[in-house]
Design a binder for this molecule. Structure first.
Ligand SMILES: NC(=O)c1ccc[n+]([C@@H]2O[C@H](COP(=O)([O-])OP(=O)(O)OC[C@H]3O[C@@H](n4cnc5c(N)ncnc54)[C@H](O)[C@@H]3O)[C@@H](O)[C@H]2O)c1
Length: 429
């Protein structure tokens, strides 16, 4: 098996996942890591037996070295994708680039344009494409099972606890610090819609607001930090103590260890309590510095006449549902239930499919419904075997789909319908 070498830039949750998936896949060797937090770096350092010299404090330091590997994995937070990506392209690395490509349309386009100029291969981490669930739906559509796709309805249920952790208290709650909600969370879904319909986009509109997680909704007498004896702590769904300090199976983190890891501290009472009294993760959920929307809809008209509607909301348990309607049948899918239901107009019968159980490739299961494994498998095929099939979330198409996301956000803010041709012409060479 040919071996590809890689460096990991940003050794947080995603950087570590890719390092582990690469190890499990084989054919990859991580030879360097960069992250300012030693605790984060150590996971990858230990996994690959790296020397101190192969560990760096920042992307600037690792990319100041002569080119060390075939691939740079960029897994820093959203606003720190652009500079390391541009520097890595300049150095001649191929990239596994976390989504979103970058927080602004111009930066996304710069990266796509630079990659084109330098002949650099970039796979963007649209992991949903690589799940057995969406691969099955795409395969049915590509095989003509439902004729021409004319309408798609897709719903992303972020989950109230996931939303509270990541999009109120966490890295992705504030637009200026990261990016708008649609880009941070749902650029995957806009990518999936364009990929399934298989057409360019004509027009986009969107509505949505931040309605619930606001200062006005803080219960009377709630202190700044939940740990300061909040009188509503017991009944509050979003108590930081329930989430991180005393987590049980109902918390998103389920164990004290996972709660402490989310706070990026060692799992001991003193460190966890300190984080809960001083960081945003301990704050009253209604008193954070978040401004991203908690519910949003997007409507898309495609050039081939198909239309799609997308609904993102924080107010649910979790999951994604999709209904794809074509001239010869329909497909309904529920990713959490591992259920794809195909109805044919010809037979008037349903076929029930459980994609992850189909044993197409049992190795596809794992994080993100199998998507994390799937993208590493595809990265290997892309770089070693020259794969260029319909699965590829390669930079050109990914940036086009990001531009649909930016156009939707422009529509939400301006109240206007955005014409895509005009919008993309401003950015893409
Ligand atoms: N593909 C997906 O489905 C998916 C899922 C979740 C997150 N993401 C994306 O992955 C990215 C990382 O998210 P995460 O949850 O792993 O965040 P994280 O905070 O866990 O990890 C980011 C890491 O970058 C490090 N870092 C900060 N400054 C740095 C620097 N100058 N040089 C090198 N490293 C630096 C941080 O210390 C941290 O360890 C984000 O862009 C996020 O949107 C993608």
């Amino acid at each position: 098996m040919k071996e590809l070498t890689a460096i990991i830039i940003g050794a947080g949750a995603r950087g570590q996942i890719y390092a582990h998936q690469m190890k499990a896949h084989g054919g990859f060797k991580v030879v360097g890591v960069a992250d300012p937090i030693e605790l984060q770096r150590n996971d990858i350092k230990n996994l690959y037996n790296l020397s101190e010299e192969a560990c760096f404090d920042s992307w600037e330091d690792i990319l100041a070295q002569p080119k060390m590997a075939d691939i740079a994995v960029i897994a820093t937070v959203d606003k720190y994708h652009y500079l390391p990506a541009m520097a890595a392209i300049e150095k001649g690395y191929d990239l596994l680039l976390e989504k979103p490509v970058a927080p602004t349309a111009k930066e996304c386009a710069d990266i796509a344009n630079a990659a084109k100029e330098k002949g650099c291969k970039i796979l963007v981490c649209h992991v949903l494409r690589y799940t057995p669930f969406f691969m099955k739906i795409k395969e049915l559509i590509s095989n003509g099972a439902i004729g021409k796709v004319l309408s798609v309805h897709h719903c992303e249920c972020v989950g109230h606890l996931h939303y509270a952790h990541s999009f109120v208290r966490g890295n992705f709650g504030n637009t200026a610090d990261s990016s708008c909600m649609l880009l941070a969370k749902s650029c995957h879904d806009i990518d999936i819609l364009q990929w399934l319909v298989g057409s360019e986009c004509e027009k986009v509109s969107s509505f949505g607001t931040l309605s619930h997680f606001t200062k006005e909704n803080a219960p009377q007498g709630a202190p700044e930090y939940c740990i300061e004896g909040c009188p509503h702590e017991k009944e509050c769904h979003y108590s930081a103590l329930k989430a991180y300090y005393n987590p049980d199976e109902k918390s998103w983190f389920k164990s004290k260890e996972a709660g402490a890891a989310a706070l990026k501290v060692e799992c001991n009472e003193e460190d966890v309590k300190k984080a809960l009294s001083t960081t945003q993760f301990g704050k009253c959920i209604y008193k954070c510095n978040n401004d991203v929307v908690d519910h949003q809809v997007v409507n898309i008209e495609f050039t081939n006449g198909a239309v799609a509607s997308f609904n993102m909301s924080a107010f649910n348990h979790h999951g994604r549902f999709i209904r794809v309607m074509g001239t010869e049948g329909e497909i309904y899918g529920d990713i959490d239930a591992d259920l794809v239901k195909y109805f044919s107009f010809k037979t008037c019968e349903h076929e029930i499919i459980h994609p992850a159980n189909m044993a197409v490739d049992s190795a596809m299961r794992g994080g993100h419904a199998g998507g994390d494994k799937g993208i590493i498998q595809t990265l290997y095929k892309y770089l070693v075997e020259g794969y260029d099939g319909e699965l590829l979330s390669e930079i050109g198409i990914s940036v086009y789909n990001h531009l649909i996301t930016f156009a939707a956000e422009e529509s939400r803010l301006s109240g206007r319908i955005v014409e895509m041709k005009e919008f993309t012409e401003k950015y893409l060479k």
